[in-house]
Design a protein around this ligand. Sequence first.
Ligand code: AKG
Length: 481
Amino acid sequence: FASLSSVVQRNPSFSRLNSDDIDFFRSILGEKNVIQDEDRLLDANTDWLRKYRGSSKLLLQPRSTEEVSQILKYCNSRDLPVVPQGGNTGLVGGSVPVFDEVIINLGLMNDIISFDKVSGILVCEAGGILENLSSFLDNQGFIMPLDLGAKGSCQIGGNVSTNAGGLRLVRYGSLHGSVLGLEVVLADGSVLDMLTTLRKDNTGYDLKHLFIGSEGTLGIITKISILTPSKLPATNVAFLGCKDYSSCQKLLVDAKRKLGEILSAFEFLDNMSMDVVLNHLEGTRNPLPSTMHNFYVLIETTGSNDSYDKEKLEAFLLRSMEDGLISDGVLAQDINQISSFWQIREGISEALMKAGAVYKYDLSLPVEKMYDIVEAMRTRLGNSAIVIGYGHLGDGNLHLNISTPQYDDAVLAQIEPFVYEWTSNHRGSISAEHGLGLMKANKIFYSKSPEIVQIMASIKKLLDPRAILNPYKVLPHSLRS
Ligand code: AKG
């Protein structure tokens, strides 16, 4: 676990929890949803990567917006800090306490409030698990506009508050586009009803955007209205081998042009990523077993006419092979093959966890420069670490991951600040889709100017003057009250 005391000090203006507080929470939530059980607290205090561990003594499980409001009103009046928590699958230490913050888990607030089959607009509570929402929509002939490896545990409220990207962004855009409305509880307990179901509404500042991606530091999202695309009948997935990164890039340009509106995912991984998956995830096999390729690309198309889509994809693949952009490839023949191809790409994070210690960087970079940082890092680290690169090539989002058998401060010192400086020098983002959390709060200046960060701090002060909401996250320590 990262040593937190060297990174951040507990805010001395915060109170300590006492027995009157517990009595109050019991009075509003009932005995069973005021949790002090050590095992459950240990889980809720520990992040998915097992890198950060807080020491909260209290987990609250509200069942309604009204209960969230009462909790926050009380905590604000008592200067008790809180951490909103969804599925706790974040990768930057944003969803766990740093010290003794009260954990507010939204998991019991998982109702679907309405679904309009004409417009495809879903209104639901924040604690709905992404996969459950997808299954609900599947029965209605729709899909969620986002999909990610953590779908079985992550909650839509967490997805929205971190502005999660995922595997479909290349087709359906970010949550800033799909989310139409929100209900949010502010630190003082007031409820902002922005839960519109309108596609268009230009009546002044669109405040919901402040809460999308602010990682629970400005308010707690309790309800969401989201535009969902129709489920199309034809999905095809190709798994391809490429000789170099430049071929992957050219393939992307061609895919956008030639597959056009049916392109729904364009993912890549290097051969080191493939090795990690094959070595650590049981039951996986390389879809292209005969030769090792330097890079692999997964292309998914989704459209309304299977034979037309297949013909289009096959013609594209044939042409790309003739042009030398693809060395080998295979088109999934059934749903099992589709899921086995996706399992390789989606399983990389889990495989890395099994391989040892992992240092994660989620970068946005111009596509043509994106892989240079992987090579630069390999040169820097030599034999001391395995450096892998994969991610959402279609969105210019690289997941640079570095794996060592054990955690090593000397390796970290080689990686940081180099990785942040390199990204900043190329006008990239140090967090493409994972957020800043605790891990990168102090690194914000690599991606945002002092003027912008100052405005962010002013907005924080306006909405959460006592700074009780997800403290120590997102904003740099120097600017916190
Ligand atoms: C992805 O696989 O797309 C992720 O966002 C996880 C990346 C990581 O584990 O570094």
